[in-house]
Write a protein that binds this ligand. Structure first.
Ligand code: PLP
Length: 432
């Protein structure tokens, strides 16, 4: 797919129609290609490692629906499970055995997780876990870190202000000041600030909420000591540590970032992979904490489609394949293929390839940042040009330089070699 710019008339026509019916033509903002050149592609279908747009172009899919598709598109075991479940009923609003199957997989896989509740999105999972932490501790304050994304619930749409240890400033119109007043935002990678906060407000803090491998503002891999300090401070002050593993859960391994770092949180939240491509979220943790949820306890949480039988079947099939087929080791092998070619090419172009297993990010700066404040905004335009060029070469990257890329198990070594060589060539040619 070189030479003349490929025709995308089909996508552009659909985009115009979509814009007349839906705000920005999309149902989730970053899909609108606001951060990269061109109109969004309308996708016709996915199969294995690839996507096809409505104009018939094929792309290696490095977005993977933003994380869920660790097995690629249409894995036969997942499809079969979905078909079988759908024939028995799309939803019952009553208990079904599929919930138990997925719950057993999650409880067996994740450190310290004794009870789990299923919801329908990552947003819901984190929102509910935070409510539970507040109910359990009887405290209101939640500490989060700038650059971490925890979904779009009101209380978590917060960014740090200009000072340190700032009380949240809402990062969206429509979020009342009072709602974010109980969220404190600190920069990542700074133990001393967290220690100071706990020294001053430790008795008021219900929870520390963090993406243990922050992957929503680039890939901001943390020092293990930082995460260990959070565990330690939470334990000493009676606060709960919540790992938001919506991206990292079942991606870095069956035991997520908790396993990677050997740190057990009090609560963990899941989404994306846990639904095998269907809308599922989950949160879970210690029995003592989870038993505070209704109907056992006084923390309310509910959902008409929670534990949906088709979604449960998809998730259980995906997690079973991940558990039994050595997928994570294979993905690490693919990741090494990517690193071997792309890491030196990125360095030569003044950039850095950051990779954790099958998650990768091209930082448009020489040193990999550990906090969002260190990410150079100028790099985003360079990413935009790279994104457009990559599409022209049959590589579908996430349409924003803040987003990570994902390898999936349907990719062959040759696909990843081609990806690495394509990006290496494009980054070398792109102006800094
Ligand atoms: C995607 C994501 C969420 C939100 O999940 P949705 O399913 O989009 O609501 C929350 N936390 C993290 C870390 C995520 O990556």
């Amino acid at each position: 797919m070189s030479g003349a710019a490929p025709s995308r008339t089909g996508s552009s026509a659909l985009y115009r129609r979509a814009c007349s019916l839906m705000p920005g033509g999309v149902n989730s903002p970053v899909r609108a290609f606001g951060a990269v050149p061109g109109d969004p592609l309308f996708i016709d279908r996915g199969e294995g490692a690839h996507l096809w747009d409505v104009d018939g172009h094929r792309y290696l899919d490095c977005c993977g629906s933003w994380g869920p598709l660790i097995l690629g598109h249409g894995h036969p075991r997942v499809l079969e499970a979905v078909e079988r479940a759908a024939r028995r009923g799309l939803t019952f609003g009553a208990p079904c055995a599929g919930e138990i199957a997925l719950a057993e997989l999650v409880v067996a896989a994740y450190p310290g997780l004794e009870l789990v509740r299923f919801v329908s999105s990552g947003t819901e999972a984190v929102m509910s876990a935070v409510r539970l932490a507040r109910g359990f501790t009887g405290r209101d304050l939640v500490l989060k870190f700038s650059g971490c994304y925890h979904g779009h619930s009101d209380g978590l749409l917060v960014s740090g202000g200009s000072g340190l240890a700032t009380f949240g400033v809402s990062s969206s119109a429509g979020v009342p000041r009072g709602t974010v007043a109980d969220t404190v935002v600190l920069p990542l990678d700074d133990e001393a600030l967290v220690q100071t906060l706990f020294a001053e407000r430790g008795r008021d803090i219900a929870a520390i909420l963090i993406e243990p491998v922050p992957a929503n503002s680039g890939l901001l891999v943390q020092r293990p000591e930082f995460l260990r300090t959070l565990r330690d401070l939470a334990s000493r002050h009676g606060a709960l540590l919540i790992f938001d593993e919506v991206i990292s859960g079942f991606r870095l391994g069956m035991d997520g970032a908790a396993g990677l770092y050997g740190i057990t949180p009090d609560l963990a939240t899941f989404g994306k992979i846990i639904g095998g491509g269907m809308p599922v979220g989950a949160f879970g943790g210690r029995r003592e904490v989870m038993q505070r949820l209704a109907p056992l306890g006084d923390v309310y949480q509910a959902g008409t489609l929670s534990g949906n039988p088709v979604a449960m079947a998809a998730g259980a099939a995906a997690l079973t394949v991940l558990r039994d087929e050595g997928v994570h080791a294979r993905l690490e092998g693919l990741g090494q293929i990517l690193s071997r070619t792309l890491q030196p090419a990125a360095a030569a172009a003044g950039c850095a390839l950051v990779r954790q297993g099958s998650v990768f990010w091209l930082a448009m700066q020489p040193d990999p940042p550990r906090r969002v404040e260190s990410v150079r905004r100028e790099g985003m335009a360079r990413y935009g040009a790279l994104h457009a060029a990559a599409l022209g070469r049959g590589v579908y990257l996430a349409p924003s330089g803040w987003e990570v890329g994902f390898l999936n198990a349907a990719m062959q070594p040759a696909d990843v070699t081609l990806l690495a060589e394509t990006l290496a060539g494009l980054i070398a040619a792109s102006p800094a």
